[in-house]
Design a protein around this ligand. Sequence first.
Ligand code: SF4
Length: 590
Amino acid sequence: MLHGRDMMTVTSPPVHPLGKKTRILLSAVFGPYAQDDEYGSRASNPMELYQNQVTRVQGGFSLRMFHRSFGLMLLQANIDAPCTLLDFPSLDRFIEEIKTHSYDVVGISAILTNTLKVKKMCALVRKYQPRAILVIGGHLANKPDLPEIIDADHIVKGDGVRWFRTFLGQDVKTPVRHPLVYSGFGTRSMGVTFRDPPGSTAAMLIPSVGCPLGCNFCSTSAMFGGKGKAVDFYKTGDELFAIMCQLESKLKVRSFFVMDENFLFNRQRALRLLELMEKNNKSWSLYVFSSARVIKSYSIEQLVGLGISWVWMGLEGENSQYAKLRNIDTHLLIKKLQSHGIRVLGSSIIGLEHHTPENIDRVIDYAINHDTVFHQFMLYTPVAGTPLFEHHRKEGTLIPESVFPVADAHGQYRFNYHHRHIHDGEEEQFLLDAFRKDFEVNGPSLARLIRVTLNGWQKYKNHPDKRIRARFSGKVNMLKTRHAGAVWAMRKYYRKNAPIKAKMDALLDSLYKEFGLKTRVAATLIGRFLYVTLKKEEKRLARGWTYEPASFYEKNAAAIALEGTVKEHPRLLPSRIRSVTSGLSPAPGR
Ligand code: SF4
């Protein structure tokens, strides 16, 4: 067991003596998450990306959904040794697992706000699995004082696939296997949890991690090397295309959520993918992250041809000095993208160096005037590992964790440092003002999404290329039915709010004009139902209802093969294995 300074943070570990026979447990941190507790769960920081930091003030209209721990799934898919994955366990379920099964290695991945959960989990592993080697990864690994806080053996920064392969004596040059996983689950809005057929959800696709642009606050970029660096799992368009074909066939999907911080940055790979999509007549949709300058460097024909239908883009703020935004009119850019049916999630920062209580209204107005489908607002937060954190550390402006707990430094509450102009927790209100004003002026994101989806259909329904037409027509049934019903319900909901009601009237009229009588009938029927579910959802929320993800328990093939050959405690075996992960075959040519 190694403590403090002896703990290893090296990138090339010694090979485990059991090699491919090493029994491994990978676990996410324990829930429940949407509550305030002693381990660092926070009601304001639930395990929901959108509710957490995008649609948090949109009440019953908020988009609620969960995303799996993709990093752990990628690790499991690339481990040849017996490997079990426990995603979103409760504390009791985690204890049950380590009490009833023997593991040689326990790996835990976490973000910084979960420091105390990881500390607790490490202590439990030492108690129940004293011989197990403890490996910690994820953003938490960048915390400089982590070795003094937790008792673990290895803290792994950056590429965990490579690290685990080295640790287990596997060939690090073997092509990366991609996990089979949908991008989200439990999707819910207006009081309805959608039970769409599995293939209608996008598959997760992870081409690379990190971002070479290295913005000063960006923890993901910092985690994988910072400026100029990224880790490519699939370097070429051909490799990526092969993986996408396999995901399409095994998960029955036609859309992909591309988990790559700046997917279009690798132009050669993206344009080769476009060539292959055209050649093979693939009408896929891609949901991507992109910086403004990079996406602007593509023609709209290229973006539409690539199936880019959703983009998460950093707008940061007016005069924010980031090279990715220099001389780019983001208002014009977003207007153009959304007029072509590309839905934009804009991301703005509250609390940049030059923000003051006097200019914050202008900052917020600048952001919301983009009228993006979704808008994320985050406090300018120095996260360990980033240049911004280093700057504040050197300046001595960080607030000690004994005063401001790390669990609260998630960017949706208050600054974890002394801001030059904003003091005494004023930022908490500024942040809420930004979310509220965006909601009040632009209306529910769901309505904006429907508007932009309709734009795309109207622009491309008669496109000469059948491949392009097919992609847009794939969304049309939803517009004619569920979406029309949602707008009907929203119009009724906003009947006393003239500006938003006018927006809903215009949108519903456009849908009726486009799709005719059947849509009028469907809108009324579905709309009445959604109005009722929406009102019920609002009552639930007022009573303090929260949303938590289900737990997942998944074994790889080697772990399943091991079952029955190892003696486990008979009374405490888990009730059932929920599902089994099998990695995709590697892309050819690597
Ligand atoms: S462009 Fe986005 S992903 Fe890239 S470093 Fe900047 S904030 Fe991070």
